[in-house]
Design a protein around this ligand. Sequence first.
Ligand code: NAD
Length: 322
Amino acid sequence: MAPVIKLNNGLDMPQVGFGLWKVPNDVCAEVVYNAIKVGYRLFDGAADYGNEVECGQGIARAIKEGLVKREDLFIVSKLWNTFHDGDRVEPIVKKQLADWGIDYFDLYLIHFPVALEYVDPSVRYPPGWHYDGKSEIRPSKASIQETWTAMESLVDKGLAKSIGISNFQAQLIYDLLRYARIRPATLQIEHHPYLVQPELLKLAKKEGIAVTAYSSFGPASFQEFNMEHATKLTPLLEDETIKKIASKYEREPSQVLLRWATQRGLAIIPKSNSPSRMKANFESVNFDLSEEDIATISAMDRNIRFNQPSNYFPTEMLWIFG
Ligand code: NAD
């Protein structure tokens, strides 16, 4: 049985999911279909990934062929920054659902705690970070409270079964918990041995918020942005400590990095377009690391974040993650 995490609203979420960022449009339907065949049931999408139509085609094919039913799947999507104004939330969710060809999301997240001015989908979709599609950053006045209240109404209307947050730090979470009528079910964060964030994990646990780790292989996802850290640090998949632990268990370094997260209770959403890697990632829960090896990996922490807004625009908004 594939492991699940019990959310604070009583619903089950698969612990191992499939990430959809940078899955190219031309192969996306096939990749999603193959991932379902491998056994994945959770798919982690977003408006910003620009491939929700193709993701939907992949699941439609699997459902049509009788591999799965809709209720066997756990579809996650995210609210992009330009749709934070309270009255923009429901219309964009309805568009995203139509793109997927489904009538509810299992989980819908605020992608970033960053409100940007609305860009109509007829102008550009997905809109990205820049108002003009090039360089201009235009904040919107929507508070997190305004956005969260609109997120809550998605649950009331049956458009999302659970709602959650992503890329939030402690201060904002505490603030949100003051007024939340529906508490966030999950927090999705960058998490790998170079960015462990133990205090944030402790907070989430205490508050009953499940944590999903993204970019489990650290710098691997961010090399293309030419960031100093991402290109200079030893890639985690080639790190000697990780490789040594992997050979001890006769597993891949990738499986060690994923198991380090799941064994500590986190959900994971690795992405791969290759069927063999997909399978290896999915099967990473089939062995256990010793407590000592887990501690050795956790001690690699350097508090280095790769998913920085400064990858996408000048330093003017570096304050976002503190
Ligand atoms: P990842 O850590 O899953 O993958 C990083 C790179 O490693 C990719 O190039 C992938 O092809 C490769 N890879 C995958 N499996 C491998 C294996 N077994 N061996 C060797 N290489 C392998 O990175 P990611 O895409 O950054 O994160 C996973 C998912 O998390 C995304 O697809 C997305 O759904 C989500 N995500 C969310 C946010 C957010 O802001 N909420 C940000 C980044 C990613």
